[in-house]
Design a protein. Sequence first.
Length: 182
Amino acid sequence: MTEKGALRRMLLAARRAMVEPQRGAANTALAKNVEARLRAHAVRHLGVFWPIQGEPDLRPLYALLAQAGIALALPVVIGKDQPLAFSVWQPGDEMVTDAFGVPTPANPRFVPLPPALLIPCVGFTAEHFRLGYGGGFYDRTLAREPCPLTIGIAYACQQAAFAIGPHDIALDEIVTELPPPA
């Protein structure tokens, strides 16, 4: 096991080191896998994320989902040590950068926690535990009841072993660019 801070730095560096066309091909394959999972779950309302720090970029998929009538929402940090709030979002909506450097809707229209969330992962375990950036925002969000369907999004190279804390909540699934296991 590696200390989480050092592991986080190593995984972020590896993710940032991905180059085109590897990154583009991985994003395309990942989007196809995510779309298949969402169809399997008949998702109609979905919390998504805006890619930062080399996270998988699923924005082309988001546009297709919105065209198909799936209601999308982006997370918004409303305060330190608070769970995330979610705002209605459509591709093309005006965005601003928050205090953490994350693009969020310029005119947020808050909605209840969506019944399904795509959650970016810095790292993940084989048991679907997620390593994030260390702020605990998703941990606090997922501690609420009822917990939504949680689909972790990561590149396959981000799988790692790390210690699980008492506040960590396993995600329902992890989707990568690799074909799902048979």
